[in-house]
Design a protein. Structure first.
Length: 108
């Protein structure tokens, strides 16, 4: 393998070698810094709202926080109270699947 005159000049040129060394180390350090940052991890909830007795159809909705027992929410233009919240299956990636058993609120 033969080297050209320009390659020999650059290999012997100390400022060029120093510049290459600095550029490569900065790229490596940037990569290391980015790899140590944790990604923004937000859990999203897919909730199946069920009203026993067939008074209302079931509704599936995405929420940013799970409802607790006793919460009053609005579904299909009617207020319902959450009686029970349970996990349907194990969380997958950023999604958690929940089932909320509800009953209609009377007089509101």
């Amino acid at each position: 393998m033969t080297t050209t005159r320009g390659q020999r000049f650059l290999s012997a040129f100390k400022p060029y070698q120093l510049w290459r060394f600095l550029v490569m180390n900065v790229k490596i350090l940037r990569g290391v810094d980015r790899s140590k940052r944790l990604p923004a991890f937000r859990v999203k909830y897919k909730v199946s709202y069920v009203v026993p007795g067939g008074e209302m159809p079931s509704v599936i909705a995405n929420t940013s926080k799970p409802h607790q027992a006793g919460d009053v929410i609005r579904l299909l233009d009617r207020d319902v109270e959450v009686i029970e919240v349970r996990q349907m299956m194990r969380p997958r990636n950023q999604f958690t699947f929940l089932e909320a058993i509800c009953r209609p609120v009377e007089g509101k």
